[in-house]
Design a protein around this ligand. Sequence first.
Ligand code: GTP
Length: 347
Amino acid sequence: MDMAQHLSETELSARILRHAVPKMSELNIPVTPNNYSVWYEYYLGINLDLKRAIDGLLANEVSFTATVCEGLFTTYIQQHSPEVVENVQIETQLLINQLLAKIAGMSHGNVKFSSSLKAFDKALKTNPSSEVLQQLVDDITTELDGIIDANIAMDQSLNTINQEVSALKSEMSELRSVVMTDQLTSLNNRRAFDEEVISHIDTFNQKEFESSLLVVDIDHFKKFNDVHGHLIGDKVLTYVAQALKQSVKGDDFVARYGGEEFVILLPNTGIDEAKIVANNLRQKIAKRNLTIGKEKKLPLGNITVSVGCASLKNEDSKDSYFIRADEALYRAKSAGRNCVMVESESN
Ligand SMILES: Nc1nc2c(ncn2[C@@H]2O[C@H](COP(=O)(O)OP(=O)(O)OP(=O)(O)O)[C@@H](O)[C@H]2O)c(=O)[nH]1
């Protein structure tokens, strides 16, 4: 279930809270901040590795022992979003404590009421005087009023908690976006790319779906750094990043893989079409005579890129998919650069 897609922030937080706490109790998982972070992300549905791992454990009826819970937290939360964890831990603990205290208060009120009802029932069977009866009715009414008040207070607390969880959730998504963004170019970074590839592979396994991958590398990039300095090198990287972003459609996913290497995932695109996209962007970049600086223009000449293309196949993993496109890129470099190569037919 991917809740994140259809609901408003407040609804989403409330829904996750309502699913996560009962599920944890059903599985005998203590509601600690670490465990809650795991189940929060599980019901949020966008941490695909975590979701797959938990679904596997549930399908195999593995017991969620302290060690299993700790393993899930360390592998899929702490390493995945380390910046998020500390914040979430403190705030989640506070929220859960508040919630549990309220729930405990409510059930205490209900137990008391139910024993008053039993006493009332028993007294009725003994033919009580009208004074005694009146006293019993008064007692019950007082307790009922108490329960109604507690219900109202509970509703208010839940609203407050929902709002706080919602604020926490948007803080989390802001942090997530920082963690997923390349600071120099503002493109998606490698971590975001890894998640996107996994989602392409999932979609591919579930329905008819084509996906192609371009690996784009700036030719002789080192010379920009050597001749003009690192800062100009950075500007060239930013320029190419923007050019790539502007050369593709909205659904296409552009990321900086590292150094002067970029990746573009093209959903619903076969290899022939991917090759056309690759050649278009290559030509667009090569055509421009780049200068840097507004008043004193520094000529940098033509920048060219080499591109390797692959398309997703059965049994592909994130790594095998990337490696095929990267090998094609290597052949483009060997063939003289400023060209596009497609994965070899034998692969
Ligand atoms: N300015 C800048 N340079 C970087 C950054 N990341 C990597 N580099 C540089 O990119 C250069 C890559 O050089 P090479 O791997 O030799 O590749 P190349 O010069 O592009 O040559 P080919 O790929 O073979 O065409 C190295 O000098 C790195 O220091 C960065 O963030 N900023």
